[in-house]
Design a protein around this ligand. Structure first.
Ligand code: SF4
Length: 328
């Protein structure tokens, strides 16, 4: 496939750092001194992100090997991480502080990959026990994971096991690149103009995921009331990243493809229009992946460049080498 016409600066930006539970990368840091075998999705992500491994339990000095810990508490809001044997060694505060320590040492961080089921690193559905050692629910969040998410609610996060799902992985990668571009924008200074430009570049990407968000952000920016630019920017990026958490759908992508097709209406002849309509319909009905209509669109925009479409992140939100658009 020839090089795309679109220009997405973040794709040439070099390393984008993403934190990850060290055991997921194979480091021998688990309680039993064994790491996990890195999965194919994690290895793939390692080709485009700089993965920064971290083990909060080792960071707080628990050592390897070590007794296991578990979450205990009658409420999810009041879980404590204690050793599984006696329940007397409470490491809740230390694990929470390890999140601040990690963030302080990794300022330019654009995502984090947590570890399924871990009382420290689990993002969701971690086992919660009562004081007698019986499981009472699977609804807790690991202490380190909860502290990291609270410290930076915008940081895109995912769990290692969920990365096997193509749609969840695609959503995570899209959010990491979007968040990276947001942080780059902040470095250059946020103004209403630069915020509107950011939204304009992401217009079809947002539209493809969640039309209500696309409309809500548009009207927020049009009103531009007395709210400070930082507060407005925070509201906008929160809405956008929330929308991008939604897995992509064929209906949403088809809608964006059809809108983008409209920019070619004066440039294509009847035959070319029919062929383009056909592949968009094949995509909508599930016969071909997203890369097929996109490749044809890119081909047409190479022949008939359009400045507005060239800046659309939807056309290339992440490197093609990830092959995610062959899967959705
Ligand atoms: S799940 Fe977290 S705390 Fe446990 S070994 Fe892996 S990185 Fe360390």
């Amino acid at each position: 496939m020839s090089a795309p016409t679109v220009a997405n600066p973040s794709l040439q930006a070099g390393s984008i750092a993403v934190g990850i539970g060290a055991c997921v990368l194979g480091a021998p840091v688990r309680y039993n001194g064994v790491g996990k075998k890195p999965s194919d999705p994690v290895k793939r992500l390692g080709e485009c992100f700089t993965l920064r491994p971290f083990c909060p339990e080792v960071a707080i000095g628990l050592g390897v090997p070590r007794p296991t810990i578990r979450l205990v508490g009658a409420e999810t809001s009041a879980t404590r991480a204690v050793d599984s044997d006696t329940g007397e060694h409470d490491v809740t505060a230390a694990l929470g502080q390890s999140a601040s320590m990690f963030l302080a040492n990794n300022e330019n961080l654009y995502g984090y990959i947590f570890v399924k089921a871990s009382p420290s690193c689990g993002m969701e559905r971690v086992k919660r026990y009562n004081d007698s050692g019986n499981v009472i629910a699977n609804d807790a969040i690991g202490i380190f994971a909860a502290a990291l998410m609270a410290a930076n609610p915008l940081l895109p996060v995912e769990e290692d096991g969920r990365l096997h799902d193509d749609h969840l992985r695609e959503s995570f990668v899209t959010r990491v690149y979007t968040y990276f571009q947001w942080c780059e924008l902040l470095k250059t200074g946020l103004t209403l103009h630069t915020l509107q430009k950011f939204y304009a570049r992401h217009k079809y990407l947002i539209m493809s995921r969640h039309i209500p968000t696309y409309k809500a952000v548009g009207s927020l920016l049009a009103q531009s009331n007395s709210e400070s630019i930082d507060a407005l920017g925070h509201r906008v990026i929160t809405l956008i990243l929330d929308a991008l958490k939604r897995p992509a759908t064929r209906a949403g992508h088809t809608n964006a493809l059809q809108h983008i097709r409209g920019y070619l209406k004066r440039d294509l002849d009847k035959e070319e229009k029919c062929a383009l309509n056909e592949v968009i319909e094949q995509y909508r009905s599930g016969d071909v992946p997203l890369v097929v209509p996109l490749t044809l669109l890119r081909h047409h925009f190479r022949q008939h460049p359009d400045a507005y479409i060239e800046q659309q992140v939807f056309m290339q939100p992440y490197p093609d080498t990830l092959r995610l658009r062959n899967l959705i």
